[in-house]
Design a protein around this ligand. Sequence first.
Ligand SMILES: *[C@@H]1O[C@H](CO)[C@@H](O)[C@H](O)[C@H]1NC(C)=O
Ligand SMILES: *[C@@H]1O[C@H](CO)[C@@H](O)[C@H](O)[C@H]1NC(C)=O
Ligand SMILES: *[C@@H]1O[C@H](CO)[C@@H](O)[C@H](O)[C@H]1NC(C)=O
Ligand SMILES: *[C@@H]1O[C@H](CO)[C@@H](O)[C@H](O)[C@H]1NC(C)=O
Length: 492
Amino acid sequence: MNRNLNKKENLPLIIKIIVIIVLIGQITIFFILNSKWIIKKENEKIISKEIQIINTKSENENGKCEIKYEICKNNSLTTSIIKMMEMEKEIEITKKCSDQYGFSLINNWKKSRINICSGIGSSQISCYKRFQPEKHILCTGNNVEIKGYDPFFKAGSTSLPAKNNVHFGEGFLTVDCNQEIKNWIPSDQWEMHMDYVIGNMVSVPEMNCEHWINETAMFIFRWDYRNSYHALEDYITTFISLMILDEDPQKIQLVFTDDMPSGSQLYNFWSIYFGKEPIFLRDGKFPKNTCFKKVIFGMWARYSILDIDLKINWNKNCRSPILFAFKNYIFERFNISFKDNVHKPPYTIAFVKREDYIEKKVSRKIPNYDEIFNYIEGKLPPNWSIIKFQPEKLTIEEQIQISSRLSIIMGPHGAAFSYLVYFPEKSHLIEIFMENRVAANVHFRNICTFMGHEYHNAGHFNSDIPPDKLWNLLVHQLMKLKNFLNLKKKQF
Ligand SMILES: *[C@@H]1O[C@H](CO)[C@@H](O)[C@H](O)[C@H]1NC(C)=O
Ligand SMILES: *[C@@H]1O[C@H](CO)[C@@H](O)[C@H](O)[C@H]1NC(C)=O
Ligand SMILES: *[C@@H]1O[C@H](CO)[C@@H](O)[C@H](O)[C@H]1NC(C)=O
Ligand SMILES: *[C@@H]1O[C@H](CO)[C@@H](O)[C@H](O)[C@H]1NC(C)=O
């Protein structure tokens, strides 16, 4: 009886226990679901505060990349990096394109970090390398001593970089760790900063630091200062370095180690890019026994991503998210809004006029340039205009501002086409090959592909170009652009 009674009383107890277990289970599930939500929310909060790219990309079955990213740091490059990743997602870039021109190039490069200093000293040297398709090595140094001007650094002539123009003495870079850079980098893999600066590195038991530079310095041996295509290679290579290192250009002091002059518009670009004037090593601003908290040894732009294609033909119709991010960053620095970076009336055709500039004689001048210009100007429909395009006669601000509003550029193969990077998407290039420049020079066809522009080869000429021939080509491009813009027929 008692047992029966107990059983009877125990039954509701079991039910109670079951109910409690179920309740606990539900609460647990509820908690798990909500905590996931809470964690997600927290990450989203992190996005708006401190930055770091945690997760990047995975490849799906189609060989396309799915980009997952969480950002948790904020500097002047952040918006551009976010836009780069969004763009990769939007255009469904292939893995191969991302590996060469997109986010995974940066990410893989980042992961290649090697520390080449050991021992108890305070110095650190880290390098990041891309050996495929070509060598390209980025290094940083922490707590390193850099000897100042003469006799450790001697400048020669002011021409383009040639090994004999600038000399760095042994011990130019001094560290208090054990380093074996020469074993790590094969001798055929040296490039400008490696050979000059890091190649002259010596290890000592103790550095002699009389002066400290606490601001991060970026040493760059420029590739060119007067050709806007090669200067673009300098700018882009620097941009890639900053992304690999998560460094903010607005917090860096640029130091040029080359012996090229200052003062050109392409030089002025650097001051807006980094927010302050570069320092020249040759000016002797760093006395002997100057130690740096952090130095970035920028890569030589001879091996820029723009150049990969010219040798190895990597370009498989790749849009370049990196170039897009660069454009975004430069627009921010130059106060140009993407809202204005569209095709608008008057639709403008830039006709490149090549003339000698700085101390350089220029080839590939169209003998009957003026005749062609007048012919086309007389035939253009309303709301269209043509301008003589000579970027070297404009300030750097005007160069970028004007380029950001152009719709078509035409002229002889030359560096003026580099400004296509700033044109509105779906602009047109009509490239005329002349003299020794033939269609195998794919520099600007590639920039069109990278930026999403339309490319047209106008053929090869050695003397006067029949104006009606160019006009016919131009009409073809105008019609394409018209279709793109969905303009009314009567405008043509
Ligand atoms: C990032 O910093 C910039 C200023 O450096 C600021 O304008 C912007 O609002 C910040 N963004 C976020 C998401 O915090
Ligand atoms: C640089 O940092 C050192 C300590 O690491 C400090 O003693 C020195 O005052 C700093 N110099 C400047 C100019 O901030
Ligand atoms: C962009 O705008 C800022 C703030 O108004 C200004 O300080 C800066 O000089 C401008 N930059 C350029 C390149 O005009
Ligand atoms: C020229 O552009 C303006 C502004 O968009 C427009 O109002 C006008 O109709 C255009 N003119 C012609 C002839 O198409």
